[in-house]
Design a protein. Structure first.
Length: 354
């Protein structure tokens, strides 16, 4: 049994902890918080041992009525590996703490690539993380792009990737970040950081990215144009994507026209927190013009990296191979949305009374 500590219990950390708890070969050794807010209460309600991430704030937890099992050092000592889910730029301060205790750690995509020995995507470079001490799970957008690029590169070869990203301005709980009353280049300079980040997974892929920040908190939207080395038809592309367990091809008949309905669909499907661990690719958007592939996909920024964190744990501290780990993670979390509609179905939606 792998004992996993989670340092930081916010948007990503609480999802990582629940995903670890669902695995047959893992257990949550505890979670660390900097202050006794509602998320700390949630951790206690879920039965996780709570640790004070900053030692001199332990009294604040006691004053709030929450017992702590110790400080960050004690959490690390109780863990075989730590998943660092702290806000961006905190990782470089935490890594020496993990190093001093000879404990491997996983960082998130908000940190720079130099925080770790390898940047990680389960579908694309699982074995690169084998026995690594420090791994960075790439960002939600890079994760989603890597999931599409990997099968396309393997099946057809890629000459060029061009991506326009329309980014949510903030997560639903990030009241200080928006939504903004504007649409902003993010950044104005080109490329955005996403292309170089993809190159930490696929160093030889020629990719350009630009991004916009939009007034929404729901999801990111990607517009992809991929120039392939061959010219498959749309049906072949759809078949290829449908075979990817972490890509959901949205059937036209489902009448899902945006992020709002996607989230509603996830909630109706019983997903915890309405999470969408998969890329959501609109089947009707998939088109070929000669060697150029076009498609739209949506990315749930709060959750698509969660399965990747679980697979990174196995890559670092077990001998389980990529396929077995991905299958085990998918089964435990029920990853793989399946619509009753055929994604290739081009029938018109049947109107219903509201």
């Amino acid at each position: 049994m792998i004992h996993v500590g989670v340092n930081g219990y916010g948007t990503i950390g609480k999802r990582v902890a629940d995903a670890v708890a669902a695995q047959p070969d893992m257990t949550v050794s505890g979670v660390a918080k900097t202050r006794p807010n509602y998320e700390a209460e949630t951790a206690v309600r879920r039965g996780y041992d709570l640790y004070a991430a900053i030692d001199d704030r332990a009294d604040a937890f006691a004053d709030a009525g929450l017992d702590v099992a110790g400080g960050l050092e004690e959490l690390i000592e109780a863990s075989d590996i730590v998943v660092d889910c702290c806000p961006s730029d905190i990782g470089p301060k935490n890594r020496p703490v993990y190093e001093d205790r000879d404990t491997p750690a996983i960082f998130q995509g908000g940190e720079g690539a130099d925080i770790a020995d390898v940047s990680f995507n389960a579908r694309s470079n699982f074995e690169d993380a084998r026995d690594a001490d420090y791994v960075r799970v790439v960002s939600c957008n890079t994760t989603a792009l890597s999931r599409v690029i990997a099968p396309l590169e393997e099946e057809y070869g890629i000459e060029k990737v061009r991506v326009t990203l329309v980014r949510r301005s903030g997560d639903p709980s990030e009241t200080g970040r928006g939504p903004v009353n504007d649409v902003l280049p993010d950044p104005v300079s080109i490329p955005s950081h996403h292309g170089p980040d993809v190159n930490t997974i696929f160093p030889d892929v020629d990719i350009d990215t630009l991004a916009l920040k939009a007034p929404t908190t729901l999801m990111h939207t990607h517009s992809l144009n991929v120039t392939l080395e061959s010219e498959p038809d749309e049906s072949a592309i759809l078949d290829l994507l449908a075979d990817e367990s972490r890509i959901f091809t949205i059937p036209e008949t489902a009448d899902i026209d945006g992020a709002g309905k996607l989230k509603d669909y996830a909630l109706d499907s019983g997903r915890p927190r309405g999470d969408l661990w998969e890329n959501c690719v609109w089947a009707e958007s998939v088109g070929m013009e000669g060697p150029d592939l076009y498609l739209f996909q949506n990315v749930h920024q709060e959750s698509d990296v969660i399965p990747e964190n679980i697979d990174a744990i196995r890559a670092m501290v077990t001998d389980v191979d990529a396929a077995a780990s991905i299958d085990r993670t998918n089964e435990a979390l029920d990853v793989g949305l399946e619509s009753l509609f055929d994604a290739h179905d081009d029938r018109e939606a049947v109107p219903v009374d509201d």
